[in-house]
Structure formats: C-alpha cells, structure tokens
Design a protein around this ligand. Structure first.
Ligand SMILES: O=C(CO)COP(=O)(O)O
Length: 262
C-alpha cells in the first residue's frame, strides 16, 4: 500500500449469517474498531442479500462508520429473471459496493468473463462500485501462468469501461488455491500479481488510473498475516472470507497497521 490510496478491508460473509446474526456481528465489529483504524482504513461488510436491509438499518441507526454491499448482482436492470437481484435494488438499500466475479460464482454458477463484464457495467449503471475478483486455480499457478491468466481476466472484465469507471473499481486478486484452504499466498506472490495488474491498468488506462485503483488480496487472510500482505506496495486491502465472520479476528485484520508499528 501507499499513502495515496486508502486501504479497504472487506468481509465477504458468503452464505453465512441470517439477518439477526448479521446485526449482532455488525454491532460487535463496530465496537471492536478504534477511531484511529476507522480514520485510516475503509471497513466494509458484504452480507447475504437477506441481511442487507438489517445491516443498513443497524449502520444508519447507530451512525457506524462501516461500508456495506452485496456479493453479486444481476447483469439485467429488471424483468423476468427469477431469483435475481438488480443493481437498482441494491443501490436503494444504500449499498456502496458489490462483489463481481468471485471464483465461487465463476466455478459453481459458470460465470465467464463476458458475464462478469456485463455485471460490472450493470453495477456502474446503478452507481455501485464493483469489487471485481480475479485469480488463478492451482494448475495455472503450478504451470507458472498466474500473471497472464489474471491479466486476461482483468482485460476482459474491464472491457469497454471508461477510464473514470476503471479508476473507481476495486480489484480483488484471490488465488483460488488460497481460498478457504488455509494456504495463503506469500506476500511476494500477492505482490507479483497485484503489481502486474497495476502495470496493466497504467498501460491501458493511463498512470492516473493505475495509481488510483485499489487492489485487494484475498485468500486465507487472518489477523496474523494481514500486516505482511498489506506491506506490499501494490496491495491496498484485503477481501476476507472465513475470518470476517469473527468480529475480533476481522477487527484484528483491520488493525493491521498496529502490527507494523505505524
Ligand atoms: O474468497 C474469499 C473472500 O472473497 C477468501 O476466503 P477465505 O478468507 O475464507 O480464504
């Protein structure tokens, strides 16, 4: 990270917590985060759709300094798409962010780069900020092709966007082999790919965009490894799965700077 980009730590709750449990976690999390952390770091929670209204009410009611968003969005604005949720619906619930292209959606719902691109455009049409996920599987990593694979995902996902939109996008690099496995990429592994993403953004969209985009690392992030990952120059945040369900652990990740003596 650098001083110019505000770190963003986001908790992807995945398919966990009903709306009552969600309220408790948000309240406990807010109570665990000191003012100083909230001033330095943007802290975001990403609950399931069914908890968004309750999370909105809890955050607004108590004026908590937490951002929130959803884990997916439809590529369509409205209509006969049973079971889908539009960007407009999420915006109306006060969401700032929406996760797009998470590896679990790519894997279990066959989401390809074209759909991811359409969803990113749908998010912008609703004035939501995408947290756009990319990352390689184990075979690609073992063959040493992680950089080219991820850059192809980045190019395809951002295809046709204006520079101003790319600048706002949060990109999450999540190596699939490190998700929920306890295997964290080394800080150097994370930097290699995050640095390559930034170089590509600079090449395609100009230095101003490249310098502004926040790039997160995701995959088995914990309070104990967050500081080393965040110390990498092109890593500006973390997208946290399992550890975001525990208020103390997630708060520990958000307080990463205390572990590097800042
Ligand atoms: O997929 C992730 C966040 O989106 C990472 O999950 P874990 O932190 O549980 O490995």
């Amino acid at each position: 990270m650098t001083e110019t980009r505000r770190p963003i730590i986001a908790g992807n709750w995945k398919m966990n917590l009903n709306h009552l449990e969600a309220i408790l976690l948000v309240q406990k999390l807010a109570a665990s985060l000191p003012e100083r952390t909230l001033a330095e770091v943007e802290v975001v929670v990403l609950p399931p759709f069914t908890a968004l209204r309750s999370v909105q009410t809890a955050i607004d009611g108590d004026k908590l300094q937490l951002g929130y968003g959803a884990q997916d969005v439809s590529a369509h604005a409205s209509g006969a798409y049973t079971g889908e949720i539009s960007g407009g619906m999420l915006a109306k619930l006060g969401c700032t962010y929406v996760v797009i292209g998470h590896s679990e959606r790519r894997q279990y719902h066959n989401e390809d780069d074209a759909l991811v691109n359409a969803k990113i455009k749908a998010a912008f049409a609703a004035e939501l900020t995408p947290i756009f996920c990319v990352g390689e599987g184990l075979e690609i990593r073992e063959a040493g092709n992680q950089v080219s694979h991820v850059l192809a995902q980045v190019d395809a996902g951002l295809d046709g966007l204006k520079a101003e939109q790319v600048k706002q996008t949060v990109i999450a690099y999540e190596p699939v082999w490190a998700i929920g496995t306890g295997k964290t990429a080394t800080p150097e592994d994370a930097q290699e790919v995050c640095g390559a993403i930034r170089a590509r953004l600079t090449e395609r969209h100009g230095a101003e965009v490249g310098e502004a985009v926040r790039i997160q690392y995701g995959g088995s992030v914990k309070a104990s490894n967050a500081a080393a990952i965040m110390a990498q120059p092109d890593v500006d945040g973390a997208l946290v799965g399992g550890a975001s369900l525990d208020a103390d652990e997630f708060a520990g990740i958000c307080r990463f700077s205390e572990h590097v003596g800042r």
